[in-house]
Design a protein around this ligand. Structure first.
Ligand SMILES: Cc1ncc(COP(=O)(O)O)c(C=O)c1O
Length: 265
C-alpha cells in the first residue's frame, strides 16, 4: 500500500508556495448556526485552489525535467493552473483538453503560452494523448490529483485552516478525484486531531459516494458535475480512505467553528 502524504511534505510545499499563491482568509458565511467559515480559493490567480498543487509539483522537478516540459490532461481548473505555474517557472507545458471543455478556461491556459491538444471527451482519450506527448517529447506528467506533490500543495489549505481556526471541529471539502481532501485531511488532522474532515459533492453527482458504496454507475443523469465526476473515473491511489457519509452539510470548502466560549486570557 502506498503511504499517505505527510504533514512534513505539506509544510515543504507551503514553503515553495510562499509568495506565489494568495493566502486566503476564512470568511464568515452570513446567518449560519453553528458558525460556518468559507475559504475563498476563487481568489487565487487562476480562480481555484488547483494552483497550489500544480505549482508545488512543477517546482520540485529537476532542471532536466523542467527543460523538457510538463503535460497534463484536464478539462478546466487544473489545466489552467499547470499553464500558469509552468509559465511562472519558465517550463514548457502542454494541456490535453476534451473538445467540450469550457472555452474560457482553454483560452486562459493558452494565454499562458501552453500548447493545447484537443481530444474526444473520454478519460481514456485524455490519458492516451498525454502519454503520447510523454513518449514523443519526454514531458513529465502533472496529474490532477493522484500525485504526492499535487496533494501536498492542496494540503497547504489545511495548514492555513488549522492556523486561522485551531478550534475547527468540522471541515467540509468538495471532492472529485480526492487530491484536495487528502491534503487537507492530512494537515488538519495533524494540527486539530479532534476535527472531522468530510467530503462533499453535489447530490446528483455522487461520483465519489457511488463508488465508495460500491454503487457503480448511477442510473439517473447526474447533471454536468456528475458527468464530469464519472468521466474522471475514480479517486486516486493516494487519496484518504473514505468513510461513507449520508449527507454532509450545506456546501464545500467550509469550516465549522465550535460555539464553545473561549477561555478569557
Ligand atoms: C473547484 C473545484 N473544487 C473541487 C475539486 C475537487 O478536487 P479533487 O479532484 O482534488 O478532489 C475540483 C476538481 O476539479 C475543482 O475544480
Amino acid at each position: 500500500m502506498t503511504a499517505l502524504v505527510t504533514v512534513e511534505e505539506i509544510r515543504a510545499a507551503a514553503r515553495r508556495l510562499d509568495g506565489v499563491i494568495v493566502r486566503t482568509p476564512l470568511v464568515p458565511f452570513p446567518d449560519t448556526c453553528p458558525r460556518l467559515l468559507v475559504k475563498p480559493e476563487c481568489l487565487q490567480p487562476t480562480g481555484s485552489f488547483k494552483l497550489r498543487g500544480a505549482f508545488a509539483a512543477i517546482s520540485v522537478l529537476t532542471a532536466a525535467q523542467r527543460e523538457r516540459g510538463v503535460v497534463t490532461h484536464s478539462s478546466g481548473n487544473h489545466g489552467l493552473a499547470v499553464a500558469y505555474a509552468a509559465e511562472a517557472l519558465g517550463v514548457p507545458a502542454v494541456v490535453v483538453v476534451p473538445d467540450n471543455a469550457a472555452e474560457v478556461k482553454v483560452a486562459a491556459a493558452a494565454r499562458h503560452g501552453t500548447r493545447i491538444v484537443t481530444v474526444e471527451p473520454t478519460l481514456e482519450a485524455r490519458i492516451a494523448a498525454a502519454q503520447e506527448q510523454i513518449d514523443q517529447h519526454g514531458y513529465t506528467l502533472i496529474p490532477p490529483f493522484d500525485h504526492r506533490d499535487v496533494i501536498a500543495g492542496q494540503g497547504t489549505i489545511g495548514l492555513e485552516i488549522a492556523a486561522d481556526c485551531p478550534e475547527a471541529d468540522l471541515v467540509l471539502v468538495p471532492v472529485s478525484g480526492g487530491g484536495l481532501i487528502s491534503g487537507i485531511a492530512a494537515a488538519v488532522r495533524a494540527a486539530c486531531p479532534a476535527a472531522k474532515v468530510i467530503g462533499v459533492e453535489p447530490e446528483l453527482a455522487h461520483g465519489d459516494r457511488g463508488r465508495d458504496q460500491g454503487g457503480g454507475q448511477a442510473d439517473r443523469d447526474p447533471g454536468p458535475a456528475g458527468r464530469r465526476a464519472r468521466r474522471g473515473g475514480g479517486r486516486g491511489r493516494l487519496a484518504v480512505p473514505p468513510r461513507p457519509a449520508a449527507r454532509a452539510g450545506p456546501g464545500g470548502g467550509a469550516v465549522r467553528r465550535q460555539h464553545r466560549a473561549r477561555p478569557a486570557r
